[in-house]
Design a protein around this ligand. Sequence first.
Ligand code: OSB
Ligand code: MG
Length: 375
Amino acid sequence: MQIEAITLRELHMPLVHFFETSFGRTTERRVMLVELDLDGITAWGECVAGEHPYYSEEALETAWYVIQAELAPALLGPEIASGKEVPALLRRVRGHRMAKAALENAVWEAQAQIRKLPLWKLLGGERKEIPCGVSLGIQDSPEQLLDKISQELNAGYQRIKVKCKPGWDIKIFERIRERWPEILLSCDANSAYTISDAEHIKEFDRFNLLMIEQPLWSDDFYFHSKLQKQLKTSICLDEAIRNVRDAEAAIELGSCRIINVKVGRVGGFSEAIRVHDVARENSVPVWCGGMLESGIGRAHNVALSTLPNFSLPGDVSASKRYWREDVIEPEVIVSQKGTITVGNEPGRGYEVRAELIDRLTVRKKTIRQAAAVRV
Ligand code: OSB
Ligand code: MG
């Protein structure tokens, strides 16, 4: 395939309910989509960078800049046979993994369309039904959180994850366990603690949590390994795992026993598959994380979650939890058993609502190959 044009878009999409983590509250998403045009085909990717560089160094503006100035030009021109070839074409640019992933994932999508294969099969997926959990942000009150948990359990979700931080942890876990002693429950600190909080974090052990996600610094393996040795509960790393080498280091050091795979965080499907594979070889289960994606990124997360070692419920949940109207059709739906089912349609398996995307777009830029280098 030869990519003829790459269009970047910024969409404004208000969230149905605000989402608050230890680093802040989001009420409206600025969603960045990339669209590839080639051989009469349109393929989409989503850049999951946040509005601010708080979860990671990237933000929508840095991704916009680096795709426009560096990454898109590198993909306009060469003949590309598959998504697997994209990392090498983008390697000269260091970091900017979420920006790279948006493009690489769109190439995989194009390849799936050309080969008339479902994207999930192209990625090596095996399961047709994926287990789902939800991630619940910090709320205005504990009662509001308990109401939300009750609602999500009624909807069938298999695992509840709550965001935590100092002051919104043990008291909250106590309230939840009082009411639901048996549910699969985990927490995510998004690096809200330091190793001097080890004694405090050890108290989490009594709540029988499935895992504690990224308690310490976003770039740390050493102190997580020290902490893991003192805990009964498994640590799961999210932010710290940027690539397969990080996964190998974390596993060997004993920094975690579970890995959250986010395709944007590791730079695209190729690297996500590598992380999945190395975790599998070491009997470390993985699950698919979320970044409050629109339907495009959500559909890609669904496809990735069909790989065999995605054995724990992920943070990939129904579109309607986030959006009044999603940009795909049908929207992502979760069954009463708390599962999402994939079909056999070629490509992403969900239609794109082009008119709605146009309506939500506040900025758009198309990049074509410069005439001078066209062959
Ligand atoms: O740490 O998993 C995280 C959202 C934004 C940034 C980081 C995280 C999250 C979530 C939400 O937990 C997952 C989702 O529902 O998309
Ligand atoms: Mg997380």
